[in-house]
Design a protein around this ligand. Structure first.
Ligand code: SER
Length: 317
């Protein structure tokens, strides 16, 4: 069957790069990008203005394109979610339910929806956090992702919807800006290291969080979407690991390239409490066993890639 793919929320950090990857794999015209705003960089290929909360408009887009795959990426992240909890809940939950319903109605072959390490909470094991454990998220973002995971599994069991999901850690990318998360420091630090030679970090020196380079995240997402359905034991969302590091460790790595770089810390940022409630490292045995997940980027090559690509960007703009 010829694929017809819709990405909802394609202007964001993941969507921008996923759209490029899917278009190079399936062809530009087969991948419809959509967002609540016009894209700032206009790419080739079909684009639709969509508010995921507008179910009727969404239905008309499904009618027009009859997608075989849908990627729902429109969401409010952890830090921004805390500023407007009800809005975050509404967008993250109603948006998901609208897409799940339409996917069933239009017989969509596969749906992708991202979850997050934010589904874990203060009583979850901190290190090597397993797929199944106590989960007591205490951010509205985490609540919405955990409830979303339950809904995904429910639609799989009840309606046989082939839904696939990953609990992304902090995603590090140079092509697009992050969107209001707690892990965003690990991107800002590279920009400031190159433009100012210093960075004021909103998380403390020893805050260790799970992270993943975007190239790995996109490859992992495509690998999960291509895996035979019968191999997939998890229809809520897969734990996925890349690397874990603290701001201090990242700073030491940056200093290998920029010896005069200096890092200072801003106290009392509300994102610290969010970070403290999340795991430091993730166990991803299920992803390894079910679809062969294996990250390629470690702290050293991630740092190298980020600095060289951002440097090139700075020089050409
Ligand atoms: N990067 C996300 C955030 O910080 C985690 O899913 O909100």
């Amino acid at each position: 069957m010829e694929e017809s793919i819709i990405i909802i929320g394609s202007n964001g950090q993941i969507g921008t790069e996923l759209a490029l990857a899917l278009r190079s794999k399936y062809g530009v015209e087969r991948v419809v990008t959509s967002d609540i705003r016009e894209p700032s960089i206009v790419a080739q290929g079909p684009f639709e203005l969509i508010n995921v909360l507008d179910k009727e408009l969404l239905r008309s887009i499904f009618e027009q394109y009859h997608p075989t795959q849908v990627y729902l990426l429109a969401a409010v992240l952890s830090a921004v979610g805390e500023q407007n909890p009800k809005m975050a809940w509404d967008l993250n939950m109603t948006g998901l339910l609208n897409v799940l319903d339409l996917a069933v109605e239009f017989n969509v072959s596969k749906v992708f929806w991202p979850s997050s390490i934010a589904v874990f909470g203060p009583h979850s094991p901190k290190e090597n956090t397993p797929q199944y454990c106590i989960m007591d998220p205490n951010t509205v973002y985490g609540l919405s992702k955990q409830a979303g995971e339950r809904w995904c599994e429910y639609y799989f069991n009840k309606y046989n919807l082939d839904i696939r999901s990953i609990r992304y850690p902090g995603l590090i990318s140079w092509k697009t800006a992050p969107g209001g998360g707690t892990t965003d420091y690990a991107i800002h630090i590279f920009h400031d290291a190159l433009s100012k030679g210093s960075y004021d970090c909103f998380l403390s020196a020893e805050t260790k969080l799970p992270m993943l380079y975007m190239e790995d995240a996109i490859r992992g997402t495509l690998e999960l979407m291509e895996a035979p359905a019968t191999n997939l034991r998890i229809r809520s969302s897969y734990n996925l690991t890349g690397i874990s590091f603290t701001p201090e460790q990242l700073s030491s790595e940056i200093k290998k390239h920029l010896p005069s770089f200096s890092l200072s810390y801003l106290p009392n940022d509300p994102r610290q409490a969010i970070a403290d409630s999340w795991p430091s490292s993730i166990n991803d045995d299920y992803a390894q066993q079910d679809w062969g997940w294996n990250p390629h980027f470690n702290l050293a090559n991630l740092t190298e890639e980020m600095l060289s690509n951002l440097k090139q960007n700075l020089e050409t703009t």
